[in-house]
Design a protein around this ligand. Structure first.
Ligand code: AMP
Ligand code: MG
Length: 344
């Protein structure tokens, strides 16, 4: 199959809408990462997403809408007061809510769960695509399963060329990390996956928030997480990644030592560093991550892909505090590292 890469124009959107209605897949930009969309009400179309990504069938998809009124046919009952408050404050935006599902949602979308994940994205191209499709669009991140999520159309092309007919190119993604997934089926909102909408913000809106304790630790043997996606090794570069955290001077010294040892051992090391610290690493091979959690969110997945392009076989990354957007950054980075973390 030939994969077309088109800028977001009215004619490209019309083509995208036609493809989705015909049960085909279209990759499109959102404010979080690029999504791989299909008609959420067509079980065969949804199965194509799993095939194209190589995604395990027990990892459910997020259903995307382009207006709040499109929610009610997708869910059983009315949104809870907690859900309402979050929708009013954060939709459209990088927040996914988990509701009891209606019968219209095919089992393939929810991996057999009786809940459905729904998001109303703010990116105009994402909204325009859903409008053009005239139906809700199921869309996971548009990477091959296990690879870092795509934050630019070129990343989607790397992973999906020949597998899907169309990629809409809307430039780089604003947030750079997947949406915050919040279970609103209980009274207190519970974060299953951290993202651009922070725990601090949710607590402000709802008065209270729980963070699922699987967010910043590896799963125990046989444990079934509330968010099935959390059990897979995600976002992984090919090289082995170690996160080094602690006081800045000690982190730089430790990374320099580990890098030099790796080089002596004939390895191809690479450092992922806060931008202002790059000079401290001298002529060692580095990629900049920016200087704040927000910048790191935007830069991180591209850096992990770049590490593969540079053929690095051992990586050392600096860390940020796990608060605000930093919680989401560290959640992804720790999974990319297989929880290989050194404190100095
Ligand atoms: P992705 O779209 O690739 O970012 O993955 C979607 C994420 O949403 C995965 O981590 C899923 O586990 C999570 N998710 C989707 N539907 C549900 C659901 N019904 N309950 C809990 N988590 C869900
Ligand atoms: Mg994903």
């Amino acid at each position: 199959m030939q994969t077309q890469l088109l800028p977001v124009t009215p004619s490209a959107l019309a083509l995208a809408g036609t493809l989705i209605r015909a049960g085909e897949l279209v990759a499109f930009p959102t404010e979080t990462v690029y999504g791989l969309g299909a008609d959420a009400l067509n079980a065969d179309a949804v199965k194509r997403i799993f095939e194209a990504k190589g995604r395990p069938g027990d990892n459910p998809l997020i259903v995307h809408i382009s207006a709040v009124e499109q929610l009610s046919p997708l869910i059983a009952g009315a949104p809870s007061p907690t859900a309402r408050r979050l929708m009013d404050a954060c939709w459209p935006g990088p927040m996914t809510l988990i509701f009891p599902k209606s019968e219209r949602i095919p089992a393939a979308v929810t991996a057999g769960l009786d809940t459905v994940a729904v998001r109303f994205p703010v990116h105009p191209a994402a909204q325009a695509l859903i409008d053009a499709a005239r139906r809700p669009v199921a869309a996971p991140s548009a990477n091959r399963s296990g690879r870092p999520s795509p934050t630019a159309a070129a990343h989607v092309m790397e992973d999906m060329a020949g597998r899907i007919p169309l990629i809409l190119d809307g430039g780089p993604c604003d947030v750079g990390l997947e949406s915050t997934v919040i279970d609103v089926t209980g009274e207190t909102p519970r974060i299953l996956r951290p993202g651009g909408v922070t725990p601090e913000r949710i607590a402000q809106i709802c008065g209270d928030v729980q963070v699922d304790d699987a967010v910043l630790r590896p799963l125990r043997e046989g444990e079934r997480p509330r968010s099935p996606g959390m059990k897979y090794r995600h976002y992984a570069p090919s090289g082995a990644l170690t996160i080094v955290q602690g006081e800045p001077g000690a982190v730089v010294a430790a990374i320099r030592r580990m890098y030099d040892d790796a080089l002596t051992d004939g390895r191809r090391p690479l450092i992922l560093a806060l931008t202002h610290r790059l000079p401290a690493y001298g002529d060692r091979r580095c990629l900049p991550l920016g200087d704040s959690a927000d910048e790191m969110a935007r830069a991180m997945f591209a850096a992990l892909r770049q590490a593969d392009a540079l053929d690095a076989d051992i990586l050392f990354s600096e860390a940020v505090p796990a608060e605000g957007v930093g919680l989401a950054v560290m959640n992804r980075l720790e999974r990319a590292a297989g929880f290989n973390i050194v404190s100095v």
